[in-house]
Design a protein around this ligand. Structure first.
Ligand code: FUL
Length: 493
């Protein structure tokens, strides 16, 4: 707490301690973005008319009569997510087909025309209530593209769409994130016209500048995803759940923007499909995805699709639970915690090397202004075996580190276990195909940012580890250095 106060005082320019905190460097995240990044991973839930039609993109003429999830239990779904260690969920209140799963006043193409609960059901309400009960953040996806609405592509649709945003953001309590999908395929039902509609520039048509302003008034803490990059977070570049680009810089075009990687737990699709049990991702695969998203400083949104009864698939849940245990095992013990730290330099006691291993995400080690290369040597009380290195910068002061190196004292000499990234080099993976898998282990030390995890090719056993900040844009502010051990799925059981 004291450290947090000093950090805050540092921002105000007070110099209670001998050395003041450094000035922020470049764009800094908002408080909401900092909190959001700490959520790491959460669920995506695609559930609507497509669940009943074996489709991914409904045309917009499917009958609302199809929607009848006899055993839907929002509470059970939320508990499953929470038990797995997820930190929230986002529900597709409306997908591209335009079917609204809450009793909206904006259109009659909604759940009010479904047999479920005699047209009095509200899926958004049930999820929002269950989330509140379990203290679990709730978010919403509201497709801008609407293949049902007769006015889509014309100014008239905007009144409909803005009304929907308003309903979702004012009637269901706090929304931690709202998702504005970029898809706008063209053809659709459009009130019976059955034609192709081109909206030109989405940013211009939807007037995202205004949408963002309106959302800030209704829900100032809500993270806005997409919206032609006018919001707080953006797509990390693949639908396989990995962040395509590393090094990852959050400062882009003069602002701080967070990355979110999306994927579905089941290869059959975002919505539920018959035969789905055979398409589930293994816990080991989910861990690879996690290391390539959260481990690169992005957040991960993982889709689970309820079936026609409104229940999650047992195979999906079993694998999710197993991954949840693996992740907990990975994070359960930080072997660097409370290690003694000797640094090449620090700007004063409040910023000395011990901040790296104190388990406090806010305190940080920092050398003097102008120093952009420095070392910190960790002495563990006894030898430990680890294979994941996790580093964090104090991003409230901006993102600074460009390259780092980690060495371990093995058999009487320093052995480099994470090589520093060179200028111009990257570990970028294409959005399609399997090439990203080659980057899962053995990566180099480029950016750190909110957090970076490097999964070593082999476990290392030692009692002495050295971090070198090789290049930084300003004096590095490193809040955490952790040594973790990846459990196998078997060990996690
Ligand atoms: C995409 C959509 O077209 C998919 O149907 C899905 O909702 C995915 C999360 O985003 O852009």
């Amino acid at each position: 707490m004291l450290k947090k106060c000093l950090l805050a005082l540092g921002f105000l320019g007070c110099t209670l301690s001998a050395a003041p905190a450094p000035e922020p460097y470049g764009p800094v995240p908002t408080e909401q973005q900092v909190n959001w990044l700490r959520m790491e991973w959460y669920a995506f839930v695609h559930f609507g008319l497509n669940t009943y039609t074996n489709r991914e993109w409904g045309y917009g003429d499917e009958s609302p009569q199809l929607f009848n999830p006899a055993h839907f239990d929002a509470d059970a779904i939320v508990r499953t997510f929470k038990d797995a260690g997820m930190s929230g969920m986002i529900y597709t209140a409306k997908h591209h087909d335009g079917f609204c799963t809450w009793p909206t006043e904006s259109t009659t193409y909604s759940i009010t025309c479904s047999p479920w609960k005699d047209g009095k059901g509200d899926v958004v309400r049930e999820f929002a209530d269950a989330c509140r009960k379990h203290n679990f953040p709730f978010g919403t996806y509201l497709s801008p593209w609407d293949r049902n609405c007769a006015e889509y592509g014309r100014p008239g649709y905007l009144d409909v769409y803005y009304k929907q945003i308003e309903e979702l953001l004012t009637q269901y309590g706090p929304i931690f994130e709202i998702w504005f999908d970029g898809a706008m395929g063209g053809d659709g039902f459009y009130g019976g016209a059955r034609e192709n509609r081109n909206i030109g520039q989405a940013d211009h048509y939807y007037n995202y500048e205004q949408v963002v302003k309106n959302i800030r008034k209704m829900q100032p803490d809500c993270i806005i995803w997409g919206a032609a990059n006018r919001g707080d977070a953006t797509w990390a570049g693949s639908e396989q759940g990995y962040a395509c680009n590393y090094p990852l810089w959050n400062s882009r075009n003069g602002k701080w923007i967070c990355d979110e990687a999306d994927t579905r737990h089941n290869r059959y699709g975002w919505f539920w499909h018959p035969g789905q049990a055979s398409g589930v991702k293994s816990p080991e695969h989910l861990m690879q995805v996690y290391m390539m998203s959260v481990g690169r400083g992005a957040n991960l949104i993982l889709n689970l699709a309820p079936d026609r009864d409104g229940r999650l698939d047992a195979a999906d849940v079993a694998s999710l639970e197993a991954f949840g245990k693996m992740r907990r095992g990975l994070l359960a013990r930080d072997y660097a915690l409370e290690a003694k730290v000797v640094t090449s330099e620090s700007r004063g006691e409040e910023f000395d090397g011990s901040q790296l291993t104190d388990g406090d995400i806010e305190s940080y080690w920092c050398p003097r202004d102008g120093t952009t290369s420095a070392t910190a040597e960790l002495h563990l009380e006894k030898p430990a075996t680890f294979d994941v290195i996790r580093l964090r910068e104090q991003i409230r002061l901006g993102q600074r580190v460009e390259a780092f190196q980690v060495d371990a004292w093995v058999n009487g000499e320093w052995k480099t276990i994470v090589h520093p990234g060179c200028p111009g080099e990257n570990e970028n993976a294409p959005s399609h195909g399997q090439q990203w898998l080659k980057f899962v282990r053995g990566g180099k030390g480029h950016t750190i940012g909110h957090q970076v995890m490097r999964w070593l090719p082999e476990p290392v056993t030692t009692d002495k580890v050295r971090l070198t900040i090789v290049r930084a844009k300003a004096c590095p502010c490193i809040s955490e250095f952790s040594l973790l051990k990846m459990p196998s799925a078997e060990q996690a059981k």
